[in-house]
Write a protein that binds this ligand. Structure first.
Ligand code: FAD
Length: 468
């Protein structure tokens, strides 16, 4: 919650990411909530989760009075800053889902996620949201022996659940290099279930689509408390029988929610537009999103204007689940990302031409499981905990919430993440110790594996402890 950005807000919002800075539209905030109001559904947060929920509710029931309250502007959070992978990825593995919910539920979840990528593509086309959509899939490289072993394990797991090479293919050195000619590629995996997008164009276009359906969005309106039947702000209270929390990494600032998710930062850099000769050496001709099989996630895309946008985790978790604009920028992590880009693509030269650096918080539940839910008795609904995979799954969450709120029992409302509740994070200082130790172990494991070409046992143990 807290104060909204001060000074020239539209200018400040542009500085939040390369994506927001390249939008061809004014970022002037929409009018704030003027005072008390009544609605059928009030949604807190105008990122993908809040907006997809509003979109699908409004389409299904045009007469519903829906109000979205956003503390800054639509797309201020992770939705305006992410890597632009609209993927079918999910923070819990198929094996982890099957262990908790059974094999059929795991398969149903994966199928729904595959379908979600196509669904987002359909809506984007139908609503005329020009978000540089490219159906290129994802290539995940293996550059060490342990990474190759993890690539094979990922394919084995997919096969064990009945997903063939059309969903996840193992690539040899030549096939992987043909897609993404990074240094030292030994193989990898490829899935078609991902599109590269300009994330800020997607979220801003979605906000306009939602308004066309009659939904009201109030920006610069921080909600100070969510209660059964109302969302409270300094300007007034919106009374509604259904209140949806769609605040992801910012959730801990709400009263009573401090230990619901841990805000973990992901940071990104973008290069200047690269010349055609450089792209001829790198590849990514279909604008495939790319990564490798290391422990501490890295992710990249070739943007529509010919840049490399590249990110990774590794920034520290801040004591007390604090979120602050200052934490978006971590020079040490930016330097590491730039170094990694140079290692992957030596053609970029010793001074990788980075023009933009930014970051933002994502939400991690204690059991690493994303969830979506609605408690009919209180009228409270929520979705989130996507870790770094919310671009696609927030759409599935929005469709599911629309069904749950309308009391429809559909194939979406029986998916295993529905009404799942993670236990809460430990109180501090345990939370701080646990998250930062996990990050450190994974980072060290990657460095050791690169050096020795042998798997890190400590990282394996940690993965098991995380239930992933
Ligand atoms: C750098 C980075 C890279 C990422 N890359 C990818 C990727 O490539 N692919 C992928 O799938 N996922 C990625 N993610 C994760 C993905 O962006 C998120 O999972 C997704 O955007 C979550 O959407 P959301 O609407 O739930 O949350 P957000 O987009 O964070 O939206 C929450 C909104 O709620 C508002 N809010 C919070 N508190 C209040 C309050 N009290 N009152 C009113 N409004 C409030 C915030 O201002 C914000 O606009 C990345 C995240 C980051 C940070």
């Amino acid at each position: 919650m807290g104060a909204t950005l001060s000074g020239d807000p539209a200018g400040r919002y542009r500085e939040l990411s390369h994506w927001l800075s390249t939008l061809d539209e004014p970022l002037t905030p929409r009018p704030a909530l003027p005072g008390d109001a009544d609605a059928d559904v009030v949604i807190v947060g105008a990122g993908y989760t809040g907006l997809w929920t509003a979109y699908h509710l409004a389409r299904a029931e045009p007469a519903l009075r829906i109000i979205v309250l956003e503390k800054e502007i639509a797309g201020y959070g992770a939705s305006g800053r992410n890597g632009g992978w609209c993927s079918a990825l999910f923070p819990t593995s198929l094996t982890g889902l099957a262990r908790r919910h059974g094999r059929d539920a795991a398969i149903a979840m994966q199928r729904a996620l595959h379908e979600t990528v196509r669904e987002v593509g359909r809506v984007v086309a139908a609503e005329g949201i020009d978000c540089d959509w490219a159906d290129g899939g994802t290539v995940t490289l293996a550059r060490t022996g342990p990474q190759l072993a993890r690539a094979r394990a990922a394919v084995d797991e997919a096969r064990a659940f009945g997903f063939g090479a059309e969903h996840l293919a193992l690539l040899d050195t030549g096939e992987a290099t043909a897609r993404c000619a990074a240094e030292g590629v030994r193989g990898g995996t490829y899935t078609p279930h991902c599109a590269a997008v300009h994330p800020a164009k997607l979220v801003r276009g979605l906000a306009r689509a939602v308004e066309r359906l009659g939904v009201t969005i109030h920006e610069r309106t921080p909600v100070t408390a969510i209660r059964a039947g109302s969302a409270v702000t300094v300007a007034g209270t919106v009374r509604a029988p259904v209140v949806v929390r769609a605040t992801e990494g910012y959730t801990p600032a709400l009263p009573g929610q401090r230990r619901t998710v841990a805000p973990v930062y992901s940071l990104m850099v973008a290069t200047e537009p690269l010349p055609a000769e450089t792209w001829a050496r790198i590849g990514l001709a279909q604008r495939e999103t790319f990564s490798d099989h290391r422990h501490v996630i890295i992710y990249g895309q070739r943007t529509a204007d010919g840049r490399l946008a590249f990110g990774g985790r590794g920034a520290p978790y801040h004591f007390g689940s604090r979120v602050s604009p200052g934490y978006d920028r971590e020079p040490r992590v930016f330097a590491a990302l730039r170094r990694t880009l140079g290692e992957l693509f030596p053609v970029l030269g010793p001074d990788v031409p980075v023009t933009h650096t930014w970051g933002g918080p994502l939400g991690v539940a204690r059991d690493w499981a994303a969830s979506v839910g609605f408690d009919r008795a209180s009228g409270l609904a929520w979705a989130g905990g996507y870790v770094g995979d919310g671009v696609g799954s927030s759409n599935l969450a929005g469709r599911t919430l629309a069904d749950l709120i309308r009391g429809e029992r559909t194939e979406l409302t029986t998916l295993p993440w529905v009404n799942h509740r993670s236990r809460r994070w430990e109180p501090e200082p345990l939370r701080w110790l646990a998250v930062n130790t996990a990050l450190r172990v994974m980072t060290t494991a990657d460095t050791t594996e690169m050096r020795t070409n042998r798997p890190s046992r400590r990282a394996k143990t940690l993965s098991r402890l995380l239930g992933n």
